[in-house]
Design a protein around this ligand. Structure first.
Ligand code: CTP
Length: 419
């Protein structure tokens, strides 16, 4: 692409918000002042060339990224987090919650398949050659007069035009099998294809490295997939490639019928995470020990594993609850995570679950402990029992206003309640 055409894309506010354009030119002028060759790399370049909106800036310098970061903070403000080992810094931008990665151009070597790479400072050319796919191995130089020059040593632009995902060398997936997950993500996100040789490299040798990946790294890739619009297509494709059994022998295929359930109903005020919903849908039909074991492999928090387990338990106990009164439902559901209940509702359409989430859980009697004290009762376990009985009467429609609640309380205190 010609420099002028690229500049036009970089100045299009529909693609790059104006404040980011200002930020970019600030970085560019500071790099020029320090005589530091400076580039934007990776997803930014790929998406800009696809005329997709871009936001995340990854900045690479041929030189010391940490020193560059310090000079940016001195001139423009904000804060820096340093990663000395990788010669990188994260710039926390002034007056904003945004951050920006500043990276020293580097060469990487993998001491063993699946391990994190060893890093040595190097040139932008080496840096582009260490990457996953040609479409991610382009850079735009931004310092001084170089602003807007495209570097494309691996013909990423041609692959973008042809819709191809191509690794840079045959050992790419063996070095880093998280790239298999990434390839599948780009394939569905952009409706691209894996270039035939790349497709062949998703082979047993590469798949056999997946068990060596840490749970955190696998989990991160799965989370990224579940955050995508077409996540169900991606997760089915991972299954087709035989990735799941390599993550954990008991990890099942994702049930395609559940794909539509990944969207939350925004009218329900439940704290929700799309990724947790996805794991619930994926794992809910497994046994307790399988859920625990997969939870450990994928580094779930205790709360997350518990909420998945709660889905499986509730789903199993549903036949025993069906037809019960609202109060029985409410007391059975109350101790479970709301999101677990919602997911069981999604897959069973049991109306009582939705009634609980939207109405029953909010039902509270007017009477309080203080009212009972005022009536001369001694505080103790009996308090809880009485309040519980009144609440049940509300839930089951035996009481529907304050007066009736008072009458009901009188009947309990006089020992006439049927409950
Ligand atoms: N990268 C890589 N191998 C990986 C992970 C990342 O080579 N296993 C490189 C790619 O060049 C990628 C860049 O690091 O473009 C930044 O990675 P990341 O932020 O994860 O991806 P983006 O390119 O920003 O793309 P997206 O987040 O849209 O997937």
């Amino acid at each position: 692409m010609q420099k002028d055409d690229l500049l036009r894309l970089m100045r299009d506010p529909n693609l790059l918000p104006s404040e980011k354009q200002v930020l970019l030119s600030d970085i560019a002028s500071q790099a020029a002042a320090m005589d530091l060759p400076c580039y934007i790399v990776g997803g930014f370049v790929r998406d800009l060339l696809l005329r997709e909106p871009v936001n995340d800036l990854d900045i690479i310098v041929e030189g010391d990224a940490i020193r560059f970061g310090e000079s940016l903070v001195k001139k423009f403000g904000g804060k820096l987090t340093l990663h000395d080992k990788f010669h990188t810094a994260i710039w926390h931008l002034p007056n904003s919650s945004d951050t920006l990665d500043l990276i020293t151009a580097r060469k990487e070597t993998y001491e063993r398949p699946g391990a994190l790479p060893t890093v040595i400072p190097s040139t932008i050319d080496d840096d582009l050659h260490r990457r996953d796919f040609t479409i991610n191995s382009m850079a735009i130089r931004i310092d001084g007069d170089h602003f807007g020059e495209l570097l494309d040593p691996l013909s990423g632009q041609a692959d973008l035009e042809d819709g191809l995902i191509r690794v840079l060398h045959p050992r790419s997936f063996v070095d880093d099998p998280t790239r298999i997950f990434r390839a599948i993500r780009y394939e569905a996100r952009y409706s691209f294809n894996l270039e035939p040789l790349t497709l062949n490299l998703v082979n047993p040798e590469a798949l056999d490295v997946i068990p060596k990946l840490s749970g955190e790294r696998i989990r991160h890739e799965l989370d990224l997939i579940f955050e995508e619009k077409d996540s169900s297509q991606m997760i089915l494709r991972l299954g087709e490639f035989g990735v799941f059994k390599k993550i954990h022998p008991k990890l099942p295929l994702f049930n395609a019928d559940y794909s539509d359930f990944l969207e939350m109903d925004p009218t329900l005020d439940i704290p929700a995470s799309r990724t947790v919903v996805a794991y619930m849908l994926w794992l809910m039909d497994l046994s307790e020990s399988e859920i625990l074991s997969i939870g450990q492999r994928l580094y779930f928090t205790t709360d997350q594993t518990y909420s998945i387990w709660a889905v499986s338990q509730l789903k199993k106990s549903l036949p025993f609850l069906t037809g019960s009164s609202p109060s029985v439902w409410t007391y059975a559901l109350e101790k479970l995570p709301l999101l677990s209940i919602y997911v069981v509702y999604l897959v069973t359409r049991e109306d009582a679950l939705l009634d609980f989430l939207s109405i029953w859980r909010h039902v509270k009697p007017h009477t309080t402990g203080d009212d009972l004290k005022a009536r001369g009762l001694e505080p103790g376990p009996r308090f809880g029992e009485i309040l519980h009985q009144i609440r049940a009467a509300w839930l089951d429609g035996e009481v529907s206003n304050k007066e009736e609640e008072n009458d009901f309380l009188n009947s309990i205190l006089n020992g006439h309640s049927s409950r």
